[in-house]
Design a protein around this ligand. Structure first.
Ligand SMILES: Nc1nc2c(c(=O)[nH]1)N[C@H]1C(S)=C(S)[C@@H](COP(=O)(O)OP(=O)(O)OC[C@H]3O[C@@H](n4cnc5c(=O)[nH]c(N)nc54)[C@H](O)[C@@H]3O)O[C@H]1N2
Ligand SMILES: Nc1nc2c(c(=O)[nH]1)N[C@H]1C(S)=C(S)[C@@H](COP(=O)(O)OP(=O)(O)OC[C@H]3O[C@@H](n4cnc5c(=O)[nH]c(N)nc54)[C@H](O)[C@@H]3O)O[C@H]1N2
Ligand code: SF4
Ligand SMILES: [Mo]
Length: 760
């Protein structure tokens, strides 16, 4: 498809430095070549290709991309390498030369490796750079060539989903291409907010198109989210952490009213009832026995669920009937509700509903679960990190455990690749990560751990800004921004495009690209050539384009063509959207799933064998969360707090962008009913606390959140005062480091808090 370009000479089309935003968009960067200042960005607009066709829609930027010049030209950008001169964590640094910085880092890597071994080295989860040549993968390649480091697996994003989905479907590729949503008659956005949290650039656009096509759209969320407002026919507020109860009650309605697709269940599922139990688990509780309460005496009726969820039973019954009859239908699960205690259950319960309603493997339907695009989806990490000689890996969320007690950790703590770790973490090299402090749970605990120099002996942080994690660095390395480095990106989770990210500005002051810094370190450590393979960054981008061409996009232009046309993007229209599980649906015997039975496992023998039915049941169950309105903790901390992914930021990135703060001020969002009961007025400073910490910040009234729940959008920069009280509003001051039982994933959204009026 050729598209006419608007040929303004002063515009360069590039991929947005998306960081770990779920979108990938095209920016039109307007530049001026100034004789004194050099090249400056004057403004940023977006995709101007004509047409908004469904097959190949524009990749239009959001407010973060359009405000990017305020981040690019922020006065606080890191300009020079620095070393710590005060106590660790205090944030006092002194400028040093690159030579001193690199010598120190290389020297510490060698010292720690010699003293403890490679598995004491660690590159934490860090998602700030996904343009292939930026971000933590550059440091992983360095470490792997150096002899390896303790590995990580899983993500903060969808820790429970990642692990749970394959138990029922045998794969993570359980999604259709999004164009297929136009064939749906019914769409439930369950804890999913694509109008605000980008989950593929055009997900909200496709929902809008599906609705124009006649689909009824429901949003189930404790907040009347931007998606509830702009995309849905109906908003159903639900008490956080109780979704599995509503899903179970929907199954109850479907079973008792004869709305189950029994033909599909008989041929494609196991574990629905006793006739379908695996031989080795004969006699164990089946899915329908749990739903009907035949073993535990508790039918999972709408009445039962209404008390837990705060959703009226008539609503539950109606939604169940609609979903089971207005077919095909999509039940799209967001990830916020699985970043919770027992997050695995809500994932599996949603998949079970999709299965018993017969919505799996059909156009217009949706299997739920992680729902990666079938066939070859986008790739986050093309830049080769090489094999890690250290085989042991920990779940990424358990890094602070590995600092404290690595040597005691084994499979019971989610360790894979080894029976035991042979080290505690002693050196951390954090690149494009604010997950040492800001984005990890229980900030005050993390800070205590990192302050102790006898635990982690050396910390390097490489970032654009002095973030809350960077304050804990021993050596701070200034990374340049992605406008100042070469890169390339493709879709986040869905999409059929490749977007070029050419270097458009010189790196600020002495800052350097992640690739360059790691290559310089490799040079010092004696394997510079192995690191670069003789390629500079531009040549690595050419290399990446070649890989895309070989794997997904045979018609992808080469770099010279990209540059000559200033297109910025290559996209491939989707006219026949792929549908997951089509072959399995047609012929389950010849195309079995990658599960032990080859079928959809409503009952999982593998989960049964875990021998922990209270926390890891073999069929999806509602389990009361470890902090909940129903537990004793509610007497001191009666409010549930969620921290949704806001338009203002990508996690903690962009928190310091003034335009975004002006448009979306960072506030504790509270329902006036909860506020007035506490004598709080709109705009008051409030104290928000639990046993783990305290935040003082302004509040804002909103009726768009259900009473009993407050919302502090995640990602505010932790800013403790002299009493250790956070004055900006980092929700992780309040969150818990406890992990989910099966996936060892984060449960950061499961927290109870109290709010009161604060003295100014
Ligand atoms: N603008 C923006 N977009 C982003 C990101 C960002 O930081 N900013 N981050 C990206 C990344 S890395 C990820 S992993 C994804 C994350 O995407 P998600 O995890 O899906 O995002 P959240 O905002 O945490 O949660 C989505 C919705 O779930 C609701 N919710 C919270 N708890 C519950 C619950 O118990 N039940 C129900 N039913 N709903 C609940 C929230 O109110 C919110 O509206 O977003 C991606 N997109
Ligand atoms: N309470 C709570 N906590 C959460 C979540 C939640 O929903 N609730 N969400 C979780 C999720 S889903 C995720 S993915 C994590 C994200 O956690 P992180 O991966 O830590 O993401 P960010 O906070 O965006 O931090 C990225 C850092 O990279 C820097 N950076 C940007 N570009 C570059 C670059 O090119 N090079 C270098 N060196 N640095 C760069 C940014 O300045 C920023 O400091 O947070 C998790 N934490
Ligand atoms: S959605 Fe993400 S990639 Fe797109 S403009 Fe916004 S920040 Fe950039
Ligand atoms: Mo994420």
């Amino acid at each position: 498809m050729t598209r006419q370009q608007v040929n303004e000479e002063n515009v360069i089309r590039v991929g947005c430095p998306a960081h770990n935003c779920g979108g990938r968009c095209l920016l039109a960067v307007h530049v001026k070549d100034d004789p004194v200042q050099g090249r400056v960005i004057t403004r940023i607009s977006t995709d101007d290709r004509p047409g908004d066709s469904v097959a190949d829609p524009q990749l239009r930027a959001c407010v973060r991309g359009r405000s990017y010049l305020r981040r690019q030209y922020h006065p606080d950008r890191l300009k020079y390498p620095m070393k710590r001169i005060g106590p660790r964590g205090e944030g006092t640094f002194q400028r040093i030369s690159w030579d001193e910085a690199l010598d120190t880092v290389a020297g510490e890597m060698q010292r720690v490796k010699a003293k403890y071994g490679s598995s004491a080295l660690f590159v934490p989860y860090g998602t700030g750079g996904y343009s292939q040549l930026t971000g933590s993968q550059t440091a992983r390649r360095l470490m792997n060539l150096f002899g390896g480091c303790l590995g990580i697996y899983n993500s903060y994003s969808w820790g429970a989903t990642n692990i749970a989905t394959p138990y029922i479907y045998g794969t993570l590729k359980s999604g259709n291409q999004r164009q297929d949503w136009l064939n749906a008659k019914y769409i439930i956005m369950w804890g999913w907010n694509p109008a605000e949290m980008r989950d593929g650039t055009n997900s909200d656009f496709f929902i809008k198109k599906a609705r124009e096509n006649g689909a009824r759209v429901i949003c189930i969320d404790p907040r009347m989210s931007m998606s509830a407002v702009s995309l849905a026919d109906e908003w159903i507020p639900i008490r956080p952490g109780t979704d599995t109860a509503m899903m179970s009650a929907m199954a109850y309605v479907m079973i008792t009213e004869g709305l189950v697709d029994t033909a599909f269940v008989e041929t494609h599922c196991i574990g629905f009832d006793q006739s379908q139990m695996p031989a080795a688990a004969a006699g164990a509780e089946s899915y329908s026995e749990y739903i009907l309460g035949q073993r535990d005496g508790v039918p999972k009726s709408p009445d039962w669920a209404a008390a837990l969820t705060a959703v009226p039973q008539e609503t539950i019954i109606r939604i169940a009937r609609e979903y089971a009859t207005m077919k095909p239908g999509v039940l799209y699960q967001g990830y916020g509700m699985q970043r919770r205690a027992y997050g695995e259950q809500v994932v599996l319960a949603g998949c079970a509903l999709a299965s018993i309603s017969g919505n799996v493997g059909v156009s217009g339907g949706w299997a739920s679960g992680l729902a990666l695009q079938p066939e070859d989806g986008p790739s986050w990490n093309l830049f080769p990190t090489g094999g890690n000689p250290v085989k042991a890996q920990i779940p990424c969320f358990l890094w602070s455990e590995a600092v404290l007690r690595g040597k005691e950790m084994g499979p019971a703590d989610g360790v894979i690749g080894a029976d035991k770790l042979d080290n505690n973490i002693k050196l951390i090299y954090a690149v494009a990560s604010n997950a040492l402090i800001n984005q990890h749970a229980n900030i005050n605990r993390s800070a205590r751990i990192l302050r102790d120099e006898s635990l982690v002996e050396f910390i390097v942080v490489q970032d654009n800004f002095l973030t809350s994690s960077a304050r804990f660095a021993d050596i701070l390395l200034p990374a340049c921004t992605q406008f100042e480095a070469w890169g390339v990106e493709d879709g986040w989770k869905y999409g059929e495009e490749v977007i070029l990210m050419p270097q458009i500005l010189e790196p600020l002051a002495e800052s350097k690209s992640d690739f360059r810094i790691c290559a310089d370190l490799a040079e010092r450590l004696g394997f510079g050539e192995a690191y670069t393979e003789g390629r500079n960054e531009r040549e690595w981008v050419e290399w990446a384009l070649d890989r895309y061409r070989e794997t997904r996009f045979p018609e992808l232009p080469d770099l010279a063509t990209f540059e000559a046309t200033n297109q910025g993007v290559y996209s491939r229209p989707v006219t026949h959207p792929a549908v997951a599980f089509t072959d399995f649906r047609r012929d389950p015997e010849r195309h079995p799933l990658n599960t032990p039975s080859g079928k959809i496992e409503l009952f999982s023998q593998r989960l049964h064998e875990k021998g922990n039915p209270e926390e890891i049941p073999a069929v999806p169950k509602y389990i009361q969360e470890w902090e909940s309105p129903f537990g004793p903790e509610a007497s001191r901390y009666p409010l549930q707090a969620i921290g949704h992914h806001t338009l203002h930021r990508v996690h903690s990135t962009h928190d310091n962008v003034d335009w975004l703060e002006e448009a979306f001020p960072h506030r504790l969002l509270i329902n006036p009913i909860d506020a007035k009961y506490r004598g709080i007025a709109d705009g008051d400073l409030v104290k928000l606390y639990n046993d783990r910490g305290t935040i003082i910040m302004p509040c804002q009234f909103t009726n768009q959140i259900m009473p009993g729940v407050v919302d502090l959008p995640q990602g505010g920069w932790w800013t403790p005062d002299e009493d250790g009280v956070d004055r900006r509003g980092a929700i992780n001051v309040l969150t818990s480091e406890r992990w989910t039982p099966l996936a060892f994933g984060t449960a950061q959204h499961t927290i109870m808090v109290q709010v009161e009026r604060a003295a100014a």
